[in-house]
Design a protein. Structure first.
Length: 175
């Protein structure tokens, strides 16, 4: 018997379909590839660690806030408050932050070390300082926690020598 005369009953290629019949699978594969490439480009160009700034004024003192706009769990995060331009030295300074934003930082360290730290039972943490200068900086540093929420909004209240100012900003988490 010759090979040409033999009838093959099944072939491993029997389930292969043409490209026109498989458009949905090709479109899905293309979308997955585009999303993965975009994710890699975001990480490669450092778009997961963007910072934002806010500014306000309390009496004669200008407040500059530098905060993380986007963060990733496990990375170190900073919240910087810079006070400048006052005529007289600031004698008493308090910074109140809502608890969800404080919890965003694991192992939180505050520079300079606050004179006092209190919670009010309503989800707010207050840090008291005695800077004794017109220009000073308060820095919150810590590792970003791995609790997943897409955004965390900071409600910040600053009181310098009896005058108050409120600031609000949002930090986004990226995977």
């Amino acid at each position: 018997m010759r090979l040409e005369d033999a009838h093959v009953s099944s072939s491993p290629f029997d389930d292969v379909i043409s490209g026109d019949q498989n458009r949905l699978r090709r479109a899905g594969s293309s979308i997955v590839i585009v999303v993965l490439v975009a994710f890699l480009l975001v990480g490669a160009f450092g778009l997961t660690e963007l910072t934002g700034t806010e500014s306000a004024k309390v009496g004669d003192t200008k407040i500059g806030v530098q905060y993380p706009k986007t963060i990733r769990a496990g990375n170190e995060g900073y919240l910087n408050l810079k006070f400048s331009g006052g005529k007289d030295p600031i004698e008493h300074l308090s910074v109140t932050v809502n608890e969800p934003y404080v919890v965003l930082f694991e192992d939180l360290i505050v520079y300079p070390t606050p004179d006092a730290q209190t919670t009010d039972g309503q989800g707010r943490v207050t840090f008291e300082f005695s800077p004794d200068s017109a220009d000073s900086t308060v820095q919150f540093v810590g590792d970003i926690s791995d609790q997943w929420q897409p955004t965390t909004t900071a409600h910040l209240e600053v009181e310098a020598d009896g005058e108050q100012q409120q600031l609000e900003f949002t930090t986004w988490r990226v995977p």
